[in-house]
Design a protein around this ligand. Structure first.
Ligand SMILES: NC(=O)c1ccc[n+]([C@@H]2O[C@H](COP(=O)([O-])OP(=O)(O)OC[C@H]3O[C@@H](n4cnc5c(N)ncnc54)[C@H](OP(=O)(O)O)[C@@H]3O)[C@@H](O)[C@H]2O)c1
Length: 245
């Protein structure tokens, strides 16, 4: 089958590597200058909204779409839902499990968005580790609560305010490294998004050191889209979709 895999996540890369029997086009937003290598044909950049994506699906005779984008990439997921509904192309959402089910999740400070995270974090302390991803750092531009350690793969698009320190890094991170980072900067508050999945070292380190954790809830997923939480389930869905054509 000709499959469009909307990527930008580790799960998308894992799935792309398992779909050798299909013709897979992996789509990346093009936000990073040096993305991880991906198996298969790769295209970069936006489609031009839901209409542009629908045109792309028709023009490339796509037979199934798997949206394996990040849980916080809600625009592309919404566009995929609209475009697939309009073109009657089967769509699956592959989304890694939320961290909300962790035992210690009830002790975190849950907020609805990045603006609320900014307010809540400042109430909880003045030495803050921002581990929200490069693009989301924009919501904190100009913020000066004390010390801000901003961890990101690449520098943000704005000039770092006074009192900020950029720590460049690409996960997954080891627990020992997360503990060292929190200790080195005497971090009081960790602000993060509920990205979910198996990479939990920053959460474990915060718990161990009693660092307050401000967690941004996921945006709602588009209505009516079939969803799975693992690469294996996505493979099964694709096999089933092929059989029922
Ligand atoms: N948000 C995060 O925290 C986060 C974290 C890690 C990785 N990522 C990855 O980074 C990418 C961008 O994230 P975002 O939060 O900016 O997304 P977003 O807000 O949902 O998307 C913004 C626009 O970028 C384009 N786009 C996004 N993902 C694309 C893809 N895989 N292929 C082609 N175009 C794409 C679309 O442009 P058009 O409307 O023009 O089609 C979309 O409307 C996503 O692919 C996501 O998987 C995001």
């Amino acid at each position: 089958m000709r499959v469009l895999l909307l990527g930008g996540t580790a799960e998308a890369r894992e799935l792309a590597a398992e779909l050798g029997e299909h013709e897979v086009i992996v789509s990346l937003a093009g936000a990073l200058s040096a993305p991880h290598p991906v198996v298969g044909e790769v295209r970069f950049g936006g489609f031009g909204g839901a209409d542009g994506l629908a045109d792309y699906l028709r023009a490339h005779a796509v037979e199934a779409v798997i949206d394996a984008t990040h849980p916080f990439a809600s625009r592309i997921s919404g566009n995929a839902a609209l475009a697939c509904a309009r073109t009657s192309i089967p769509l699956l959402r592959l989304e890694r499990p939320s961290w909300a089910e962790r035992e210690d999740a009830s002790s975190w400070h849950w907020v609805d968005d990045l603006a609320a995270a900014r307010v809540r974090a400042e109430e909880l302390g003045s030495r803050i580790l921002l581990a929200v991803g490069r693009q989301s750092l924009t919501a904190f531009d100009g913020w000066r609560p004390g010390l801000v350690v901003a961890r990101a793969i690449e520098p943000p698009a704005f000039t770092l305010p006074d009192g900020w320190l950029l720590v460049r890094g690409r996960g997954p991170f080891a627990l020992a490294d997360e503990l060292a980072l929190l200790r080195e900067h005497r971090i009081e508050v960790l602000a993060a998004k509920d990205s979910g999945g198996p990479t939990t070292a920053k959460l474990d380190a915060a718990a161990e050191l009693g660092v307050a954790l401000v967690m941004v809830r996921r945006p709602p997923a588009p209505d009516g889209v079939a969803a799975v939480a693992s690469v294996a389930e996505a493979q099964r869905w694709l096999a089933q979709t092929r059989r029922s054509r």
